[in-house]
Design a protein around this ligand. Structure first.
Ligand code: XIL
Length: 430
C-alpha cells in the first residue's frame, strides 16, 4: 500500500543533509547550528506529516470528509497568518478533504450586506465556489436564514418594536454589515420580511445553482432551554413560526435539485434532540422540502461513542440523510460545562485553559465519535470539520481540531484514522 511504502528519496536527502551539516559544523557558532537543527526538524516533521494517510481516502467507503474554509484559503490573501502558513493550510485542505463549506462568506451579512439588488458582495463567495469547483470538491452553502450574522437592514421597517425591545440600548457599531447583536429599532412587516427573504434566497441559491449541492436553509432555530421548540428571534417574531417552511419553499423554488438542510447544534443533548424531532416531523407533515438534517456537533471532551450513537439512532428515525456539519471537540475547561455552541457564549466556552491530559482525552473522544459515525454510515453522508487546524478555528483556545497550528496531525488524527479501519460490530450469523 502506498502509505506503507518507505520514501527512500526523503530518507536519503535527510541523511545527506545531516552529513553536510556535520562537515561544515566545525566552523559555525553554536546558535547557528541550533537554528539549522530546528529548521531541519521542522522540515522533516512536515515531510512526515505529508506521509499521513488522507482523511478523505480513509473514509471513502463511508462518507465525504469536509472542512470549513476561510477567505485566506479561498483567495490566497494572508490574514492573521503568514503567506507560507496560508499555503500550507491550502495544501492540507487539498490533501485531506473532498467537501468544503465557507466559514463565513456565504452568510447574509457577508454576501448581502446592503439592501437591494446592488447590495450583494459576491466576490468572496465566488472565490469560495471557484476554489471548491476547481479542486473537484463537493460544495456546501452556509447559511440562508439565521438569527446571527444578519444585517440590521433585513429586519428594519416602520413598525414600532415591542416595548421590551425599544427599551433596550440601541445596537452598538458592531461589525460592519451586521454583528452578533439583536436589532432593536422599528421593524419590517411580515410581508416585507418574507419578500426580503425570498429575494435573498432566490438570488444566492440561484447564482450557484448546480454548483453548491447542499444548503443550510435554516440555521439554529431551536431553543436551547425551556419548553418552547423555537428560539426567540426576529424571524420568529416578525414572520411567525412558518418562517422556516417559507425559507425551504423559496430555496426549493430556486434550485429544485439542491439538498435542503435544517442545521443546529447541541443535538447530542436529549432534550434539544426531542425538539428537533418535533420540528422536523411537523415540517414533514406539511410537506415542506427539508431533505437533510445537519448536526453541527460542536462537542467537548466528554463526548462518547454511546452519546453519539444514541443521537444518530434517534435522528435516523426521521428518514432523512444526516450530515455532520461543524465537528470539533473543544478542550477548554470552559467548554466542558455546557454542550451548546451559541455564538453569544463562545468566549465563555473557550476560557480557563485546557482540560488535563488534553491530547489523550481528545483522541478518545474523537475515536468514539467516529466509531458512531462509521456505525451509522448508511445514514451519515458527510462529516465536516469546522476549520482546518487549531490556529484558524473559531474556538482556537480550545484546540478542537485534528491538526495543530502548524498543520501537524495530533493524536486525535491517528485515532480518527484508526476508526476507518475498525471492522465494527460483527454481523449476527444468519
Ligand atoms: C462562526 C465562524 O466560525 C466565525 O468565524 C464567526 O465569527 C462566527 O461564526 N455555528 C454556525 C457557524 O453555524 O456559522 C459559526 O461559525 C459557528 C457556530
Amino acid at each position: 500500500m502506498k502509505s506503507g511504502t518507505p520514501n527512500h528519496f526523503e530518507t536519503d536527502s535527510a541523511a545527506s543533509r545531516g552529513r553536510a551539516l556535520l562537515i561544515t559544523a566545525r566552523s559555525m557558532p553554536v546558535r547557528t547550528i541550533l537554528a539549522i537543527l530546528v529548521a531541519q526538524t521542522v522540515a522533516i516533521n512536515s515531510a512526515q506529516a505529508n506521509d499521513e494517510p488522507a482523511l478523505k481516502t480513509a473514509f471513502r467507503d463511508h462518507f465525504l470528509i469536509g472542512t470549513a474554509v476561510n477567505r485566506s484559503m479561498t483567495t490566497g490573501a494572508a490574514f492573521r497568518r503568514t503567506t507560507d502558513q496560508v499555503n500550507a493550510d491550502i495544501a492540507l485542505v487539498r490533501k485531506h478533504f473532498n467537501l468544503v463549506v465557507a466559514e463565513n462568506d456565504t452568510k447574509w451579512a457577508l454576501i448581502h450586506p446592503r439592501e437591494g439588488q446592488d447590495g450583494y458582495d459576491f466576490g468572496p463567495a465566488d472565490a469560495f465556489v471557484n476554489f471548491g469547483w476547481t479542486n473537484e470538491m463537493y460544495l456546501v452553502g452556509h447559511t440562508l436564514v439565521w438569527h446571527s450574522q444578519t444585517p440590521n437592514w433585513v429586519f428594519a421597517g416602520t413598525n414600532p418594536p415591542p416595548a421590551a425591545d425599544s427599551a433596550a440600548p440601541p445596537p452598538g457599531p458592531g461589525r460592519p454589515g451586521g454583528g452578533f447583536g439583536r436589532y432593536t429599532g422599528p421593524r419590517a412587516s411580515r410581508d416585507e420580511l418574507l419578500q426580503r427573504m425570498r429575494d435573498h434566497i432566490h438570488t444566492v441559491v440561484g447564482r450557484y445553482r448546480g454548483k453548491i449541492k447542499v444548503w443550510d436553509v435554516v440555521n439554529e432555530a431551536i431553543a436551547d432551554g425551556g419548553t418552547n421548540v423555537l428560539r426567540n428571534s426576529l424571524w420568529l417574531e416578525i414572520i411567525g413560526p412558518d418562517f422556516i417552511a417559507k425559507a425551504f419553499e423559496y430555496a426549493h423554488e430556486a434550485d429544485p435539485d439542491a439538498i435542503l438542510r435544517y442545521n443546529d447544534y447541541g443535538l447530542e443533548n436529549p432534550a434539544k434532540r426531542r425538539k428537533l424531532l418535533t420540528l422536523i416531523r411537523s415540517l414533514q407533515e406539511q410537506k415542506v422540502p427539508v431533505t437533510a438534517i445537519g448536526s453541527q456537533a460542536h462537542v467537548n471532551a466528554s463526548t462518547t461513542f454511546d452519546s453519539m450513537d444514541q443521537a444518530l439512532t434517534e435522528m435516523a428515525t426521521l428518514g432523512l440523510p444526516i450530515h455532520i456539519t461543524e465537528l470539533d471537540v473543544n478542550l477548554s475547561e470552559g467548554g466542558q460545562r455546557t454542550t451548546g455552541a451559541d455564538i453569544a457564549n463562545n468566549t465563555a466556552a473557550t476560557q480557563s485553559g485546557l482540560v488535563d491530559d488534553a491530547d489523550r482525552r481528545q483522541a478518545e473522544a474523537y475515536a468514539g465519535i467516529f466509531r458512531a459515525f462509521v456505525k451509522h454510515a448508511p445514514h451519515v453522508k458527510m462529516v465536516t470539520f469546522w476549520g482546518v487546524n487549531d490556529a484558524v478555528s473559531w474556538r482556537a483556545r480550545g484546540k478542537p481540531l485534528l491538526f495543530d497550528g502548524e498543520n501537524r496531525p495530533k493524536p486525535a488524527f491517528q485515532a480518527v484514522i484508526a476508526e476507518s479501519r475498525n471492522p465494527g460490530p460483527s454481523k449476527p450469523s444468519p
